[in-house]
Design a protein around this ligand. Sequence first.
Ligand code: PLP
Length: 453
Amino acid sequence: MESKKFILQEKDIPTAWYNVMAEMPVKPRPMLNPATKKPLTPEDLYPLFSEEVSRQEFNDTDKWIEIPEEVRDMYRIWRPTPLVRARGLENALDTPAHIYFKNESVSPVGSHKLNSAIPQAYYCKKQGVTNITTETGAGQWGAALSLAAKHFGLELAVYMVKVSYHQKPYRRSIMQTYGAEVIASPSMSTKAGRKIITDHPNYQGSLGTAISEAVELAMSTPNCKYTLGSVLNHVALHQTVIGLEAEKQMEMAGEYPDIVIGCFGGGSNFSGISFPFLRHNFSGERSTRFIAAEPASCPKLTRGVLQYDFGDEAGYTPLIPMYTLGHDFSPANIHAGGLRYHGAGAVVSQLRENGLIEAVDIPQLETFAAATLFAQAEGIIPAPESSHAIATAIREAKKAKESGESKVILFNLSGHGLIDMAAYDQYICGDLQNYEIPESEIEANVSKLEKLL
Ligand SMILES: *Cc1c(COP(=O)(O)O)cnc(C)c1O
């Protein structure tokens, strides 16, 4: 019988993260200070982030960055994660393609986010920080950080996007169970929150707003640092454990991916599954395609512009060179809350500009149809975010069937959907819809950006 799963041992957990910046043919543009428009240095980030991640953010010379033993030790709770051959899905699609997925849903919090939460909490602790803050969209990052913060003895305050706070109450309970304080954003506890509530009393929040609130709290509280679950280079770096393990597991399966797919919010899980394979494209050994799958309601890579923009809505963060829909873009209340972010990370944006990765945008109903087929064929109910990757894998598997080619497709299953059943409920009842954004709305929004490129 052929193997269904490819399983590594604890000793195979990577000992170093892969730093794609060291090998990119064109390095990303620097982040800028919004006041002076001067490039930032690691020291500029020290007030906000731990010093170690601030240095990692700018490190474009070290190809490998060692994973601390304390971090690897905590990774052992659930890593290595399985690589699975999706034969059930292949059969359902009657495709000659071989479909594999890396199952990051087996982490205790149900998503890949813990891969970066652990090192970020660890570096804060090591530096003597006592309190950390963050924002969370659908609740996955907050849940991951809550567990990591508790493990390293840090106090955590989480600003949770209001729409998710109400749609996903169990994520809030998970964070509270791990001991974190959870605040619905926009809130009255910060200047940024108060301003938004005053201007738009019914605003249901966005990642951008929640980031503004968490940053403000970190900057105004002694011995407190901010952490971010996506977008930044150091987060993508930490997530490369996904692709590094997958690389060994594909070898066990005796195959190499022609196509690698990840869903796309700010870019962390896509980067994590892609970058280790991308390095073999850089060296010319391979010509794998990399596809970022984003929601049609928030299509920054497919329809946004490349420009310097703020990472948050209130404009507190440095200016980041990114594909963006504008930092005050307000995406529809789709259920893939983790993908409702206006921009893409600097590294991914650079790779996209240079044609080294591709992007697609997928309508909400197609993602739920894909999720349902996947659940029935493979048994796992996927997160609405991950379903964008599944829908993309299905599109590619169908193309392979049409052309009669036996493509090897690898996608990242970034999380499970067992805490998202309210969304599935709406899909089953026929209450979900697609959201297309008119070109004029995108143009109106991005035309407000200062043209620095
Ligand atoms: C947060 C999240 C995402 C989106 O974030 P990225 O940084 O783009 O990976 C995707 N899937 C799941 C399950 C998530 O929790």
